[in-house]
Ligand binder design. Structure first.
Ligand code: KG4
Ligand code: ZN
Length: 331
């Protein structure tokens, strides 16, 4: 089966074709970062309008790149949520309309399932079961994964998501949008330890996280008299160290609890090199292994949606109701 994947949940437009025998045939991605930068964050209306503009162009490029025509597609998978309602509606409408016109099924896919399964697309994929750490702009979760659809939530953030904390902290320090990567870059120039930030819920006996207190502590540090431009790198480094320490400790606790030896890391914050390095070292001590998606597939993309959809198509799922109704689920 050849599955076309469409992602449009937030500020990235992504399309991809996954072949269940040959693997990923190609993917195309357009980031709206430049569009939203002036506003310091994603403007939902602008995001929706840009998805409409970009999708046909990306789709055409993808078909040219893969040498396929739409007639060569057997099914379509699209992100149905969570995400921005208007943005989701663009991808889902295009997918469902294409499905009707081509006479092929269109299948709604959960965005987080796309992230969760994306490391399986890498050259050395993990086997089921594994523990998954999902760290994106909207979610921070630890899960026990036994197969496609076999997800048991072990713990999650009780307030901000890890990526959200990176973004908000970046804003407080005066870095632009998107904040996460900018904060990570600045942290490289600083040293942790000079500022002292909390490690929220580090010793709680569960697998939950909390990041809003960390952000508040950053706000206090920035507002302290005498805080200046030269301090920013050290504060960024301390914030990153605090966030990484908690994420690593809880991930290792989840491995211990489940007795599993494979940890899969997915979502945008999984692109953070300090997190990767700390997880690798901690896992090595436990004789465990950490699996990541290819760096370019860490953040939102169409490939992970095509792949998750392909696995569900293979399992026999087919999508819309008999009456052709479909819906998006922003939350
Ligand atoms: O998975 P994703 O692309 O979108 C969501 O589904 O949320 O994740 C985006 C999040 C943003 O909060 C972004 O700041 C963060 O991932 N991010 C990073 C890095 N790259 C992206 N955070 C820390 N370090 C990075 N290198
Ligand atoms: Zn995402």
């Amino acid at each position: 089966m050849r599955i076309l994947g469409i992602e449009s949940s937030c500020d990235e437009t992504g399309v991809a074709i996954y072949d269940t025998e040959r693997g990923l045939l190609g993917h195309r991605l357009h980031s709206q970062v430049d569009l939203h930068a002036a506003y310091g964050g994603v403007v939902p209306e602008l995001a929706s309008r840009d998805h409409i503009r970009r999708l046909p162009v990306l789709l055409r490029e993808l078909l040219e790149h893969t040498g396929l025509s739409l007639a060569g597609i057997d099914g379509i998978a699209y992100t149905a949520g969570p995400g921005l309602a208007g943005a989701l509606l663009v991808g889902s409408s295009v997918a469902e309309a294409l499905g009707v016109s081509l006479g092929i099924p269109a299948l709604p896919v959960h965005h987080l399932e796309g992230h969760l399964l994306s490391p399986l697309l890498s050259a050395t994929p993990p086997d089921f079961p594994f523990v998954a750490l999902l760290v994106s702009g909207g979610h921070t979760q630890l899960m026990r994964v036994t197969g496609v659809g076999g997800y048991t939530l072990l713990g999650e953030t009780v307030d901000d998501a890890a990526g959200e904390a990176f973004d908000k902290t970046a804003k407080l320090i005066g870095l632009g949008y998107p904040g996460g990567p900018a904060l990570a870059r600045l942290a490289q120039a600083g040293a942790p330890g000079r500022f002292k930030l909390p490690r929220p819920m580090l010793h709680s006996k569960d697998f939950d996280f909390s990041f809003s207190g960390l952000k508040t502590a950053v706000l206090t540090a920035v507002g302290t008299p005498g805080f200046c431009e030269a301090d920013k790198a050290d504060l960024a480094a301390e914030f990153q160290a605090a966030a990484v320490e908690v994420l690593v400790a809880k991930s290792m606790a989840a491995l211990r609890h489940t007795g599993l030896k494979q940890l899969v890391v997915a979502g945008g914050v999984g692109a953070n090199l300090a997190l990767r390095s700390a997880l690798d070292q901690a896992a090595l001590r436990r004789k465990a292994r950490v699996f990541y998606p290819e760096l370019e597939l860490c953040t939102d993309n169409g490939a992970m949606i095509a792949f998750a959809g392909a696995l569900r198509f293979m399992a026999g799922e087919r999508g819309a109701d008999a009456d052709g109704c479909f819906a998006v689920r922003p939350r």
